[in-house]
Design a protein. Structure first.
Length: 120
């Protein structure tokens, strides 16, 4: 870093994990630091053909890292707001994993919210 207000030189970094602590200016409202498990979940959501073995808790963790607001609805419904996009999903039960249809719906939701396979 050359000055107090300049951004750090990130050349050579493979991951941004932990950098938000060192450089808080990297974390903004629309860009959050994802850990390796959240990046893996994001890749699984965008994988083709759609995967059917993603645990719902991993998807919720990813959404929180992306800055989504999550609230409980009636029964197993979960309301999600990310950027300007809003959706209601059903938390899977009794199993923990989402089915292919729900993964494809989550992919469309993320795309509409401006998220791609690399993040926001």
């Amino acid at each position: 870093m050359s000055g107090i207000n300049s951004m750090p030189d990130l050349q050579g970094y493979q991951s941004f994990e932990g950098l938000a602590v060192m450089f808080p200016e990297l974390e903004t409202k629309n860009w959050k630091i994802m850990n390796s498990k959240q990046r893996k979940t994001l890749a699984e959501i965008f994988k083709s053909p759609a995967s059917s073995n993603i645990a719902w808790t991993e998807i919720e963790s990813l959404l929180i890292a992306l800055g989504a607001e999550i609230s409980e609805g009636n029964g197993s419904r979960v309301r999600i707001k990310l950027n300007t996009e809003k959706a209601v999903f059903h938390r899977p039960h009794p199993q923990k994993e989402t089915d292919k249809g729900a993964v494809m719906s989550m992919r469309r939701f993320l795309e509409n919210a401006g998220v791609n396979k690399d993040g926001i």
